[in-house]
Design a protein around this ligand. Structure first.
Ligand code: MOS
Length: 753
């Protein structure tokens, strides 16, 4: 039986649960010293002087590095070059980097960093999209618009004329802090030969390699990046570790000692990126029967002080703004505005959860106005094989959207849902359906390739090095399964190596739910090269034709005679015959036809689809929302590891429940006032609903074994489903999250903001 589709135990599970895994905070190297960040305490302005007198008096103080210590380019922006590594006179948010103090102990570094005295000349900060948008002078960068993307399909104006009804609504979604349990952390070691070695808690080793090489003006192969076991990332360790590592590298090279940096929680939350808050305006025209005809959609994103991954967020949210529905006329404008607030960037879904909140609230508002069932209006408009997306891309294969709706609705007993008596607690049910473009899409095609290196030892052990990473999501397990199946060996022969930039080609970023698709296809590519060599050796050893060799579950069989040897015996023979047993595999996403001006064409090569149904209870006395159940149906193409998918769906749903209900990120003039778990409420076990996962498998021809990504689709529909359920329970349209008790009570009391 194939190992694909079986629920395999995670190889890292025992080590992580027993505490055996050594995360970066547990790791020390010889002669290591410690860095602590010095950052702006004002949201916008210039600094005129840095005073080190008091800091230098701290016992153990070694040095302070800043912009003047940068060997080559003072630039860290991953897509748009708008962000100095260390501030060059101007600071643009509370947390903007001024320098790094280095000391003998972490405590001394922290104490000294707080004693660095910075003099500022303040300017009026832009603290909201509404302030940034209309600025005519004193811009944060060249202008206050960080980036924008457009979709221009059909002619909405004539579409609205054909429509029987036109509905409009505004929606708002908030910040979300990643709150990975392990904060940003790295150790940078200056090597004697001029190389710089980096061990970090990170998502994207090759981003760091490029970033540090740029800051030093040296070749990328001089920068060696190894990923340490990583305690959560969720997008928050996509580009941010590049700045953390590059600053530590400037210090390490200057003083000639390994430098370790571990952010404390307060600094981590103040300094690093978060989910973009969105303001959305939807205007949608429909027929009497609920058929979508035309839409005008404006998405506005608060990018914070630097663009970081805003272009990806703006691109993706534009391409997915109306969801997985057929609509002939649609214009979308997606604009990201700079503000003097912490930067926002990559966070599980890249703007998709925000856009999904918009289109799924809108679908329910339309259904409500037309007195239609929310499931019915979705089924009426959903994309099917042969349908065109909102970017005029024809979907032919792997279109399981409709099936996710039908299966989720059936499992939730949607048709017989009864809100019950209307007492203190009101019950509601809500549905939300989404699509998610797999991998980097047309805008990121040039870096959408990934590699693996597979090496077989004489004893038959199979070592896999891959360019993406395990950051908690369970990638090791699927890498083992896919390699074992492709080579015909048992999974316990396969050993996954830690991700190391020296071992594999640049595989792009570990983001966008890429791992299964990219790494899986690269494994297939490598094993397609290896298999003929294994079979040829086996045929020589067993004295038969290569076509008669079968390698399955560690057994090498001559099908004709039934003779059998072990995989180990074959590998031993190959080794003694001096046959190379190492191959690199590579895969890139298919070429996409796409027009960046109009936003028309193949935005992504394939889409995952999902439907979440939430059952909620609202306490009308306190305003508290209880999410009792999430039924989550996901079209994953093919489930490589069903247990892993359930884990992702439960985790994504939990994170979505937090974003929709408890997590209320607050700032005061750019200072985060919710910098810990007693003020920023992550959902606990008691807040997380029972999550029931339904796997739908519509194989993707380009996916390995038919698989598509699941990491981000798991969170994208959740908040919309919850808000739809609460709206239905209360009979009030809840168009802004989080649904905190305060917001819900205000709504009940007729005071919706
Ligand atoms: Mo994630 S938003 O794909 O880093």
């Amino acid at each position: 039986m194939s190992i694909i589709g079986q629920s395999l135990t995670r190889p890292d599970a025992a080590r992580k649960t027993t505490g055996e895994t050594r995360f970066l905070t547990d790791i020390s190297v010889e002669n290591m010293v410690h860095g602590a960040p010095v950052f702006s305490s004002i949201p916008f302005g210039k600094f005129t002087k840095i005073g080190l007198l008091l800091a230098k008096e701290v016992e153990g103080y070694i040095d302070f590095v800043s912009a003047k210590d940068i060997p080559a380019e003072n630039q860290i922006g991953v897509i748009i070059p708008d962000q100095p590594l260390f501030a060059d006179k101007t600071v643009r948010y509370v947390g903007d980097s001024i320098g790094l103090v280095v000391a003998k102990t972490p405590e001394a570094a922290m104490a000294a960093s707080r004693l660095v005295k910075v003099d500022y000349v303040e300017e009026n900060p832009y603290l909201a999209i509404d302030e940034s948008r209309y600025a005519t002078e004193n811009f944060i960068h060249k202008s206050n618009l960080a980036c924008k993307h457009r979709v221009r399909k059909g002619d909405p104006d004539s579409g609205f004329k054909e429509a029987d009804h036109i509905f409009e609504a505004r929606f708002k979604t908030p910040y979300q802090e990643h709150y990975y349990l392990e904060p940003q952390a790295c150790i940078v070691i200056p090597e004697k030969d001029g190389k710089i070695k980096i061990l970090g808690s990170l998502q994207c080793p090759f981003y760091i390699q490029k970033a540090v090489a740029r800051v030093f003006g040296i070749a990328t192969n001089k920068i060696l990046v190894e990923q340490a076991p990583t305690g959560g990332a969720f997008g928050g360790k996509e580009d941010i570790p590049s700045e953390v590592c590059a600053r530590a590298a400037v210090a390490a090279v200057k003083i000639g000692l390994p430098v370790k940096v571990v952010y404390n929680r307060r600094d981590d939350i103040q300094l690093t990126s978060k989910r973009h808050p969105f303001q959305m305006h939807y205007k949608v025209g429909v027929k009497h029967d609920g058929t979508l005809v035309a839409a005008n959609i404006l998405l506005e994103e608060n990018a914070g002080a630097y663009a970081t991954l805003s272009t990806v967020v703006s691109y993706r949210s534009a391409a997915q703004a109306m969801g997985p529905y057929v609509i002939p006329h649609i214009h979308v404008d997606s604009n990201s505005y700079y503000t003097n607030l912490p930067p926002t960037g990559a966070f599980r879904g890249f703007g998709s959860p925000q856009a999904a909140f918009g289109h799924e609230r809108m679908m329910d508002i339309i259904a409500d106005k037309l007195n239609m069932d929310p499931v019915e209006i979705r089924l009426k408009n959903i994309v099917k094989p042969g349908s065109e997306t909102q970017t005029a891309q024809v979907l032919n294969e792997s279109v399981g959207a409709e099936e996710t709706i039908i299966k989720a609705a059936k499992q939730a007993q949607w048709d017989s849902f009864d809100p019950g008596q209307s007492g203190r607690y009101k019950h509601g049910i809500g549905i939300s359906t989404i699509h998610y473009g797999n991998c980097l899409g047309a805008a990121g095609w040039h870096m959408d390739g990934s590699g693996v290196n597979i090496k077989i030892s004489p004893s038959g052990d199979v070592y896999v090095a891959y360019g993406l990473v395990e950051m908690g999501q369970g990638s090791e397990t699927v890498v083992i399964q896919m390699t074992a199946d492709a080579l015909g060996v048992s999974p316990n022969r396969v050993i996954v190596l830690p991700t190391d930039s020296a071992q594999v080609p640049d595989s792009g970023p570990a983001v966008a739910s890429r791992n299964v698709v990219m790494t899986g296809n690269a494994i297939r590519n490598a094993t397609e090269k290896l298999m003929p060599i294994l079979k040829k050796a086996a045929s020589e050893l067993m004295g038969c034709d290569t076509s008669e060799i079968a390698i399955v579950e560690d057994k090498v069989t001559d099908i004709e005679s039934g003779t059998e040897i072990t995989f180990h015996e074959l590998c031993d023979f190959m080794s003694k015959s001096n046959v190379s047993m190492e191959f690199t595999g590579w895969w890139h996403t298919p070429k996409l036809e796409y027009n960046a001006e109009t936003g028309i064409g193949e935005a992504y090569f394939s889409y995952s689809f999902a439907t979440h149904i939430a059952k909620v209870r609202v306490d009308t006395l306190t305003g508290q929302v209880f999410v009792d159940k999430i039924i989550a149906a996901h079209d994953v193409g093919k489930a490589i590891n069903p247990a892993g998918i359930e884990g992702q769906v439960e985790g994504g749903s939990a994170q979505g429940i937090g974003w929709a209900t408890t997590e209320d990120f607050k700032m005061d003039r750019g200072v985060v006032t919710t910098p810990n778990l007693s003020t920023y409420l992550l959902p606990t076990a008691l807040d997380v609903a029972e999550v029931e996962t339904i796997i739908v498998e519509k194989p993707e021809p380009e996916g390995p074994w038919g698989a598509k990504g699941i990491g981000e689709p798991s969170i994208i529909p959740t908040a919309g489903a919850i808000a739809n359920a609460v709206s239905s329970a209360l009979g009030i349209q809840m168009n802004e999250i989080p649904l905190t008790p305060e917001r819900v009570l205000n709504a009940i009391n007729g005071k919706i903001e």
